[in-house]
Design a protein around this ligand. Structure first.
Ligand code: CP
Length: 308
């Protein structure tokens, strides 16, 4: 059985087998991006609209590249310069775009729940490209793909996520995915950046960076999401870097073959040092490469493609 669904809104409701089916399909698409002619006809005649109500570099570009590599017709909508600035509601925007018969809508929005709201009101397939603090499922899938490539699997892996967990949709999606696949997740950050109900998430939580890093197989650094904080959660970036920043010294507490991940965008010298980010243990650009393959897989599967 492959992954069969109308939409991809979140990792939380997926079964482990769904995740594996998407990752296996994505592995099959990696090769397309490495060819001279980077195109397959799988989605010829399909229309995908990318609706971005929040800034994005990696997600937006990689969805567009993924769609083009599948031969879909792609249209990019940005709330900046659209009729959103004239007061049009999200639902009116979606209904007007739906009248132009798209097959798939990719949506990023600052409000948690926006992707589900749209999915419930359109016959088009909807892919959540990040909704507020809720989830960023394709980011987690590309992270899981990268971990599986580097570590061969997930069973018993210690994965430590360091940073602004409470505001991070990337952390939430990864926690759900990693738990389902058998990894042990440790969250680390100042108390003000940690989730309240972490027991329900089935993870370890600590504000001691050394304890969080000890024996870690995978470390994921997260940016401080100042755009989602009503008041500052730490005195200064300099102090954050001193107590929670990843650098070449603290990383030696991890397993020798640890991999360093970051979803981007990175604030160099705050959550991670440049040495570490650009060093041999960093898999950050591999994550970005896998992002295209994962998004090709998700678009393909929601368009009715068969999982590999
Ligand atoms: N990781 C991620 O979502 O990056 P962008 O905000 O640049 O899309």
């Amino acid at each position: 059985m492959g992954f069969v669904a109308k939409d991809l809104i979140a990792i939380e409701p997926l079964e482990a087998a769904d995740i594996i089916a998407i990752l296996d399909t994505a592995e099959g698409f990696l090769d397309v991006s490495r060819r001279d002619v980077k195109k397959v006809p799988a989605l010829r005649g399909k229309t995908v609209v990318n609706l971005f109500f929040e800034p994005s570099t990696r997600t937006r570009v990689s969805f567009e590249i993924a769609e083009k590599r599948l031969s879909a017709d792609t249209i990019n909508f940005s709330s900046t310069g659209s009729s959103t600035s004239k007061g049009e509601t999200l639902l009116d925007t979606v209904k007007n775009i739906e009248a132009m018969a798209p097959d798939i809508l990719v949506i990023r929005h600052p409000a948690a729940g926006a992707a589900q709201f749209v999915a419930d009101r359109t016959s088009a397939a909807v892919i959540n490209a990040g909704d507020g603090r809720h989830e960023h499922p394709t980011q987690a899938l590309l992270d899981l793909m990268t971990i599986r490539q580097k570590k061969g699997g997930f069973d018993g892996l210690k994965v430590t996520i360091v940073g602004d967990i409470a505001n991070s949709r990337v952390a939430r999606s990864n926690i759900f995915g990693l738990n389902k696949l058998g990894a042990k997740v440790t969250l680390c950050g100042p108390g003000t950046m940690l989730p309240n109900k972490h027991e329900a998430l089935g993870v370890e939580v600590t504000s001691r960076l050394e304890a969080a890093l000890e024996g870690a197989d995978v470390v994921m650094a997260l940016r401080i999401q100042k755009e989602r904080q009503s008041t500052p959660t730490f005195p200064s970036d300099r102090e954050y870097a001193k107590y929670f920043g990843l650098n070449s010294q603290v990383i030696d507490l991890c397993e020798p073959d640890v991999i360093i991940m970051h979803p981007g965008p990175v604030n160099r010298g705050v959550e991670i040092s440049s040495n570490l980010l650009d060093g041999s243990r960093s898999v950050v650009l591999g994550q970005v490469e896998n992002g295209v393959a994962v998004r090709m897989a998700v678009v393909y599967l929601l368009a009715g493609g068969v999982a590999q």
